[in-house]
Design a protein around this ligand. Structure first.
Ligand SMILES: NC(=O)c1ccc[n+]([C@@H]2O[C@H](COP(=O)([O-])OP(=O)(O)OC[C@H]3O[C@@H](n4cnc5c(N)ncnc54)[C@H](OP(=O)(O)O)[C@@H]3O)[C@@H](O)[C@H]2O)c1
Length: 259
């Protein structure tokens, strides 16, 4: 049986001042996460390759736009990025082009996370740092017994062969589970797994489950990017939500699965 929580938009309150580093901040979900965090009066450091993609937010008092990519940054640049941060959120994803899918960096998400986590560990940061990773409902949580049919196993095997971004998503979550795990008091993580992403203008009610309630391959549900951004912001700013989901891979669906 799956544990389910239905979140009602507006139910949770921001409780503290936070500083959050957002990766993939120029992406479709990343932009929404930045906007949601700013709405909650969070200080945001947005790492982007193209700052113009955040031009609609430029001038926001709590927003610092950092041009570049984590993989290309020097150690001192990384220190500057994460100094004082309470959370690192990743909405990174490979661009849906031939170069984005098959070119380098093949392990964009995993290697960016690894580089940042290694830095946090070496720096022995005084404050606790939450890692909130956007992933996919098509990725299994290997630590719990998530049922998977033979047909799904076959398709996932093919995806691993044909789609490097799928492997990157799997490895990124495995990295957090296996190498970070629960071994660091000051470093916690949660992996957010949306199903098929859709765009909506407003946050709507959404459901969060421990595991998928339907097949992401053969009977996919829908998840609004704006709901993903809202849930990621809750994980970062609302203690009760973090305590509920830290160290887990929650799956998020719109409450009304048809829309
Ligand atoms: N599509 C779905 O239905 C679905 C469902 C579930 C989960 N997901 C996962 O959710 C992720 C995010 O989705 P989305 O639609 O918000 O993604 P998106 O709009 O494609 O955003 C991807 C972000 O990653 C950045 N990026 C790409 N390649 C990079 C590189 N080499 N170096 C640095 N940054 C790079 C992009 O930067 P630029 O703006 O500079 O390109 C952008 O900020 C997806 O990648 C996927 O893994 C997708």
């Amino acid at each position: 049986m799956h544990w389910t929580l239905l979140y009602f938009y507006g139910m949770n309150q921001k409780i503290n001042q936070h500083i959050v580093l957002v990766l993939g901040a120029s992406g479709a979900t990343g932009k929404l996460l930045v906007a949601e965090l700013l709405k909650r009066n969070v200080q945001v450091r947005a790492v982007v390759r193209t700052p113009e993609k955040l031009s609609h937010l430029q001038g926001a008092a709590n927003l610092k736009i950092i041009k570049g990519t984590i993989l290309d940054m020097t150690e001192s640049e990384i220190t500057e990025c994460i100094s004082g941060c309470n959370a690192i959120a990743s909405c990174l994803g490979h661009n849906l082009s031939f170069k984005g899918i098959y070119g380098k960096p093949r392990k964009l998400v995993t290697d960016s996370l690894r580089k940042l986590c290694n830095h946090v560990i070496r720096a022995k940061m005084e404050n606790q740092v939450k890692i909130v990773l956007m992933n996919t409902a098509g990725n299994r949580n290997r630590k719990i017994d998530e049922p998977i049919s033979l047909a799904e196993k076959c398709v996932i095997g093919l995806l691993r062969l044909l789609l490097p971004p799928h492997v990157d998503n799997e490895r990124a979550s495995q990295y957090l589970q296996d190498e970070i795990g629960f071994g660091y008091d000051y470093l916690g993580w949660a992996v957010v797994r949306p199903d098929s992403l859709i765009d909506k203008d407003e946050v709507t009610n959404y459901m969060v489950h421990v595991s998928p309630i339907r097949s992401a391959l053969f009977n996919a549900g829908k998840t609004s990017r704006i709901n993903v951004a809202h849930f990621m912001a809750d994980l970062i700013t609302v203690d009760s939500v973090w305590e509920k989901w830290k160290g887990q891979m929650p799956v998020i669906y719109n409450a009304s699965l048809g829309s």
